[in-house]
Write a protein that binds this ligand. Structure first.
Ligand code: C5P
Ligand code: MG
Length: 166
C-alpha cells in the first residue's frame, strides 16, 4: 500500500502532432495506412504519449518532456512504448497500478474504426490490462480547426491508478 496516499488517483493527458507527408501514422504501435503521418521525434505515437502523460499526471510526476528530454542520450531513438512503460514503472515504484484507461483520438481522416480492435489490443498489451479496461474512441474535427483541416492529430487520455493492496 502506498502509505498515506489515497487508494485511487486520476490522471489525464493530451498530445498533438502535425500530419505530414512521408511519415507513418502510428497509433499505439499500430501503423494505419494513410497519405500523411505524424511528425516528431521517434515514432510520434500520439496515443502512447497522451497515455504516458496521464499516468505521470495521476502520480503528480510532471510530464513526458521532463522525463524523456529529446536532448538526453538515454532516450535517443526510444520508441514511445518505452516512455509508457517507464511511466508505469515509476507509478509501480510508488505502489500504484493502472486500473483502466479511456482515450480519444481526434483525426479528420483516415477513418480509424476498422483499426479499433488492433489499437485497443496493442494498448492493452502495452499497459498490461485486459481489453475491457482499455477504451479507445475516435472523433473528427468536423472540418474545423487544425484537426478538422487535416493539419494535426490529437489524443486525449484519462487513467485511473489504484494503490496495490498487500
Ligand atoms: O467526429 P464524428 O463524431 O463525426 O465521428 C463519427 C464517428 O466516426 C466516430 O464515432 C468514430 O467512430 C468514427 N471516426 C473514425 N475515424 C476518425 C474519426 C471518426 O472511425 N478518424
Ligand atoms: Mg507526442
Amino acid at each position: 500500500m502506498a502509505g498515506s496516499m489515497p487508494p485511487l488517483r486520476i490522471g489525464q493527458g493530451w498530445d498533438t502532432h502535425r500530419l505530414v507527408a512521408g511519415r507513418p501514422l502510428i497509433l499505439a504501435g499500430v501503423q494505419v495506412p494513410s497519405e500523411v503521418g505524424l511528425s516528431g521525434h521517434s515514432d510520434a505515437d500520439v496515443l502512447f504519449h497522451a497515455v504516458t502523460d496521464a499516468v505521470l499526471g495521476a502520480l503528480a510526476l510532471g510530464d513526458i518532456g521532463m522525463h524523456f528530454p529529446d536532448t538526453a542520450a538515454e532516450w535517443k531513438d526510444a520508441g514511445s512504448l518505452q516512455f509508457l512503460q517507464h511511466a508505469l514503472d515509476l507509478a509501480a515504484q510508488r505502489g500504484y497500478a493502472l486500473a483502466n484507461v479511456d482515450a480519444t483520438i481526434l483525426l479528420e481522416k483516415p477513418k480509424l474504426k476498422e483499426f479499433r480492435t488492433a489499437i485497443r489490443q496493442n494498448l492493452s498489451r502495452a499497459v498490461g490490462l485486459p481489453l475491457d479496461c482499455v477504451s479507445v474512441k475516435f472523433k473528427t474535427g468536423e472540418k474545423v480547426g487544425p484537426v478538422g483541416e487535416g493539419l494535426s492529430c490529437e489524443a486525449q487520455a484519462a487513467v485511473l491508478m489504484a494503490a496495490s493492496v498487500e
